[in-house]
Design a protein around this ligand. Sequence first.
Ligand code: MN3
Length: 248
Amino acid sequence: MYNNKRGNHQGKRSGRGRNIVKICLLMTALPAFLALVLANGAAQTSTSTAVPALRILPLPYSQNALEPYISARTMSFHYGKHHQAYADNLNRLTAGTQWAGQPLEKVIMESTGRPDKIDVFNNAAQVWNHNFFWQSMKPGGGGKPAGRLLERIEKSFGSFDEFKTAFKTAAVSQFGSGWAWLIQEGDTLKIIKTSNADTPLAHGQTALLTCDVWEHAYYLDYQNRRPDFVQAFLDHLANWEFAASQMK
Ligand code: MN3
């Protein structure tokens, strides 16, 4: 009797267990099924446009690699949402046009200064600027550059400290959204700031390093304290090896 009861009890338990297993299997299979449906949809979209969609460059480090100066949360929004959205917009705007599948630099140079193509320019330039910005930083960056770059900085600005002060002033004083840049013109290095999506590339200038001063770049970590963000960029993030590699 006891054994039977126990048997029945076990039977009920294993019946419930089987149901739980079925539900778990369904929950496990559902995302895979949805992924398959989405992948098929994406494949159909890409074959119908017949040109490869532009993709943003992979981040050169993990999303938490720049902590504590830039949080993983900021990176997930900035890279995963903002930067991705510019690329998605550009692909949508250029689908079926002469710019579909063309190099980013070509799209920027051909759309700049055209009021009727401002949306194409803004999104293309923002994709390029952000690709450049991620490379302008590295974990354990900051400090002082070396070699030819340091010589040029000292010749152009008087000293590295004077350069840092001037770069910070430019980044902090950019009114509204935009970018601060170290650029090269001939043998001279200059600091410039650009508004919104504008980029040195569109003006024939050689960019060496940039700091994004749109609020989305720092607001989650620094709120309104843009000077603190720019200081952290200069002291702890700036990738001087990348800047030196861009020199002509
Ligand atoms: Mn940005």
